[in-house]
Ligand binder design. Structure first.
Ligand code: C2E
Ligand code: MG
Ligand code: MG
Length: 705
């Protein structure tokens, strides 16, 4: 049973014929209808307004206002667009029937009326009208919902390229409905060419593969507001082909902004805007996974501010917050400082600062190649944080402690890694302000050893504990000394003669290398000058140049003035540089090399073959010598590969007219092979180890030059 049978429907009849009104009233009243009657259009219109009938029977022919005008007047009333209005016309009055429909009639009934069928006709009309009004209501609700959700729907028919949009599509895309052609092109025109291309491809793919799609675009609306829209499409398949695509377009700008805000709130610390513990943990997990995959290392510094509680208690939490913010800013500025990143051998994009909570921060150093990177960063942080924090009239000094954890080693996953890092931090705190502590004890020992070596090395320069040894370069065919290489040693009061490998890296890290290198240049040149005065034949002195020294501003001028002061000809000095020094900044290196070339000082590439120099680079560089690294010479004549490499380097050097020195020659077999391959110069224990100046002079006299 439907609604109509439960409640009686109210029907209004408007007719000037009294007889007709009476019969309608009588016959319909006996069925399940309530009937109202009006003798003319004016009264009828009034009753429509006040009594809200569910259906109107309206006579076409009436005096004063006829049925058509009455019909128009009712339709024009608000909310009356869907009211079923049935016109009573003459039997063959086709003209009236046409006019009725044109004026908005729902249906017509011809007079004379077929009384038995009339109630059925009206019931059917009432049912249809109620279905229509339900549909209209749900359409209106859908439109409102679409408006609220900024979601429009579209429908595209494949065969005839017909496109339909709901109202909201126009709103979302900012397209004027007047210019709408009802084709697929309308959709494309709302986007940039590249996005339109993508959309076109997605639609074609949907048609061909019968699979739904969704795409997200940046939309630049004509009113120039940038929006993000999500387009979805789903194929409607008929007879196994895609007949239509139904889809939606949604403006998700606001949703994304809210999502972004939620993300920010759950992943960032609102006070400092730094990543919080949760994000740190996630990034760390990711970084650890990268380490496993790419076989790299990472280090994290766990920093805590000492006695921060006291600041909060004495100066109040708002001052505490300001200090934390300043601390965070200073930390970020320091680790993002590009000079520093280069100096620490860390890529600054691989460094992230987070706030773990309270007074605890972390610095994650991803993809480091050396655990010392962490110590260097730590020292820089101690240094910048030792400066006061100015809050109003207060100068506040903070003490910090740093725990250092390294992966792999200090934990198997992010949880254990963080636990160990925080443990190291608390151990550091126990040891007093401004200390750092590795989680791994052996790294502590190494770090302490380096630190103490650094302090001792600083004193070594003042106390003249550094000395130069000299190792001859020999022409193997002529059996003559042609020059020497100055090699530094440290005459340590406790440990004896310390080889350079044990202190040059420390000197480089701490910056002491500059003083040491200057001392080497001065000492080696003075020695050469002395030998000349003592009557030793003119030889070439080679010194090793460090990366820092080479990059130092004014290095060329310094060499120039040293030579001039001692009256030494530039061709008596040779500078040994490793490939890595040159490759680090090839353009800048080239400028310095050209200056040396102009000065007449020769350049040699040390440890050649261990770096990545390409032939293209070598050709560009004004160099005069290659020193084949000892690792290629050592196993001659037993290692075929090494022999092949050595032969290749010799061929390369010959084609570029470079001299070649074989490093580390210890056996006659090596000499035989090298001579056979056309290499005449060597440096190695077979002839002499590096020796003090006096011994070197004696060697030259005995061996010949
Ligand atoms: P280098 O410049 O490649 O020096 C050659 C090294 O090979 C020297 O080690 C030398 O003693 C060693 N060597 C030479 N012939 C043989 C051989 O036949 N067998 C073996 N086993 N070794 C041989 P040393 O003196 O320990 O120096 C090591 C490195 O330290 C040098 O490699 C150089 O890179 C650096 N170095 C030495 N003196 C200085 C310096 O004054 N300044 C700078 N920046 N670096 C220096
Ligand atoms: Mg050398
Ligand atoms: Mg070498």
């Amino acid at each position: 049973m439907n609604e109509q049978h439960l409640s009686r429907s109210l029907i209004l009849t408007i007719d000037d014929d009294d007889m007709m009104r009476l019969m309608l009233h009588d016959i319909l009243g006996r069925e399940d209808f309530d009937v109202l009657s009006a003798p003319n259009a004016h009264e009828g219109i009034e009753m429509v307004k006040t009594r809200h009938p569910e259906l109107v029977l309206l006579d076409v022919r009436m005096p004063e206002m006829d049925g058509f005008d009455c019909l128009k007047a009712i339709r024009a009333m608000p909310g009356m667009a869907l009211l079923p209005i049935v016109m009573l016309t003459g039997a063959d009055d086709i003209d009236s029937i046409n006019r009725s429909f044109q004026s908005g009639a729902t249906d017509f009934i011809a007079k004379p009326i077929s009384w038995p069928t009339l109630p059925h006709r009206l019931r059917y009309l009432l049912r249809a009208s109620s279905a229509l009004s339900r549909l209209a209501k749900s359409e209106a609700a859908l439109r409102t919902a679409q408006k609220i959700a900024h979601l429009g729907s579209w429908d595209w028919t494949v065969t005839d390229d017909r496109m339909q949009w709901s109202d909201e599509v126009f709103n979302v895309l900012g397209v004027n409905p007047d210019g709408f052609q009802g084709q697929r092109l309308d959709l494309y025109q709302a986007f940039t060419d590249a996005d339109a291309d993508n959309l076109h491809r997605a639609i074609e793919r949907c048609v061909n593969s019968k699979k739904k799609f969704h795409l997200q675009f940046q939309l630049y609306r004509p009113d120039s507001s940038g929006r993000i829209v999500l387009i979805r499409g789903e194929p409607i398949i008929v007879d196994n082909t895609v007949a239509r695509i139904q889809g939606t377009i949604q403006d998700i700008t606001e949703r994304q902004r809210i999502e972004e805000q939620i993300r920010f709130l759950s992943y960032y610390d609102p006070l400092t805007s730094l990543p919080n513990r949760k994000l740190f943990k996630e990034s760390l997990g990711q970084a650890i996974a990268d380490c496993k995959r790419c076989d790299t290392k990472l280090s994290a510094l766990f920093i805590s501010i000492d006695r921060f509680k006291r600041i909060n208690e004495t100066l109040g939490p708002s001052v505490g917050d300001r200090i934390l913010k300043m601390f965070a800013d200073r930390l970020v500025t320091e680790v993002q400082n590009s000079d520093y990143a280069a100096d620490s051998a860390c890529d600054k994009s691989e460094i992230t600062v987070s706030r773990l909570g309270g007074n605890e921060f972390t610095v994650l150093l991803n993809r480091i190649n050396d655990t010392r990177c962490g110590v260097k960063t730590t020292k820089r942080i101690f240094q910048v944080m030792s400066e006061s924090f100015k809050i109003d009239e207060h100068d506040i000094f903070l003490g910090i402690n740093i725990g250092i954890a390294v992966y792999p080693g200090d934990g198997i996953d992010e949880d254990s890694f963080i636990k160990n890092g925080e443990f190291a931090m608390s151990r550091a705190r126990e040891q007093g302000q401004n200390t750092y502590q590795f989680f791994n004890k052996s790294l502590n020992a190494v770090a302490y050893h380096k630190l103490s070596m650094e302090n001792q090395l600083r004193r070594a320069i003042e106390r003249n504990e550094l000395i130069l040894y000299y190792q001859p370069k020999v022409n193997m065919r002529k059996m003559r000394v042609i020059g020497c290489e100055a090699l530094i040693r440290w005459q340590h009061p406790e440990f004896g003669l310390v080889p350079p490998a044990q202190f040059i890296p420390i000197a480089e890290d701490s910056g002491l290398i500059i003083d040491i290198s200057n001392w080497v240049l001065e000492t080696a040149c003075t020695q050469m000058h002395l030998w000349h005065q003592q009557g030793l034949p003119p030889l070439v002195m080679a010194i090793n140049v460090s990366a820092n020294q080479f990059r130092q501003h004014g290095f060329v001028a310094q060499v120039d003035s040293t030579l001039a002061r001692l009256g030494l000809a530039p061709q008596h000095l040779k500078l040994e540089l490793t490939e890595s020094i040159l490759l680090e900044n090839i353009e800048e290196a080239l400028v310095t090399l050209r200056e040396f070339d102009a000065l007449g000082v020769h350049i040699s590439i040390d440890d050649f073959g261990t770096g990545y120099s390409s032939l293209a680079y070598l050709k560009k560089l004004p160099i005069s010598e290659l020193k084949i690294d000892r690792s290629f010479i050592r196993d001659i004549p037993n290692n075929e590969d090494d022999m092949a490499i050595t032969t290749a380097i010799l061929a390369l050097a010959k084609s570029l007219s470079l001299e070649v020195v074989a490093e580390g020659v210890e056996h006659e077999e090596q000499v035989a092979f090298l001579l056979q391959q056309g290499c005449e110069t060597a440096q190695g224990f077979l002839y002499s180890k590096p020796v003090p100046a006096a011994e070197f002079a004696a060697f030259v006299e005995q061996f010949g030059a």
